[in-house]
Design a protein around this ligand. Structure first.
Ligand code: 13P
Length: 254
């Protein structure tokens, strides 16, 4: 089946990177993207907030997109240490990850909070990448599909369209562990997510669904093979330009 959704390969640098190294990494990714001449896929890097300006300058003109890793729901105010979506946009970002499981765990973010953050992204003109995923205990007790459906219902705001939303499926047990679902398990989860999305929005068939969790160059073509997988959200392997570009290359077009 021909794919109509434009693949997106996103790197989540998490809490990694100081200016000098980040500039080299960003330039290498931008150079590789330009050299490959890909016009059929998007590349996105999400550095720590302190580096959004620096990285945006480093990739300028290359077509590589820059995103934040989180934003506050409010546009401004007394929220010490937080970053507004408008600030990310002002710094050069066009996207923002919201509801990553590390935010949900480390900062107690609920689906309602994630939903408010996705709305904040829209308010600021950013594309939100809403993350969902089950824990190992949830998977082992057979609750994966119910958990994903609930997270979608709670985290996706009204007004979502194919153009203003990306969803990332990141099984918590696969993040940073080297463990991955099988190609079939990813395919099943993504098909389920797309079906459930149909219950909360009108254009579910056009929404890009990314897989995340221990994606590497060596497993990317297997993990990203299914029809409903439109790219990857990459953690550790996005910190090496060659590895990240190899993952981008592995995205199949048919
Ligand atoms: P890893 O690729 O390091 O497993 O991280 C995945 C992730 O959490 C991306 O957001």
């Amino acid at each position: 089946m021909a794919r109509t959704r434009r693949p997106l390969i996103a790197g989540n640098w998490k809490m990694n990177g100081l200016r000098a190294d980040a500039i080299v990494l960003a330039r290498d990714i931008a150079g590789g993207f330009r050299q490959a001449g890909w016009t059929d896929r998007d590349l996105l890097v999400c550095p720590p907030a302190t580096l959004v300006v620096t990285v945006s300058e480093a990739v300028r003109g290359s077509g590589v997109l820059v995103g934040g890793q989180d934003c506050h729901a409010e546009a401004s105010g007394a929220h010490t240490g937080d970053i507004a979506a408008e600030m990310l946009r002002d710094a050069g970002a066009s996207c923002v990850i919201v509801g990553h499981s590390e935010r949900r765990t480390d900062h107690g973010e609920t689906d309602a909070v994630v939903r408010a953050k996705a709305q904040a992204a829209w308010r600021a003109g950013l594309l939100p990448i809403v993350c969902i995923g089950e824990t190992l205990a949830e998977r082992e007790s057979g609750r994966t599909f119910a958990v994903l459906a609930n997270q979608l219902k709670g985290s996706i705001p009204n007004g979502a369209t194919a153009a203003n939303l990306v969803v990332a499926y990141e099984p918590v047990w696969a993040i940073g562990t080297g463990k991955t679902p099988t190609t079939g398990e990813v395919a099943d989860a993504h098909a389920h997510i797309r079906k459930e999305l149909g219950g909360v929005m009108a254009e579910a068939s056009g929404v890009r669904l990314l897989y995340g969790g221990s994606v590497k160059a060596s497993n990317a073509s297997d993990l990203l093979a299914a029809d409903d997988v439109d790219g990857a959200l990459v953690g550790g392997a996005s910190l090496k330009a060659d590895e990240f570009l190899a993952i981008a290359k592995a995205v199949q077009r048919s």
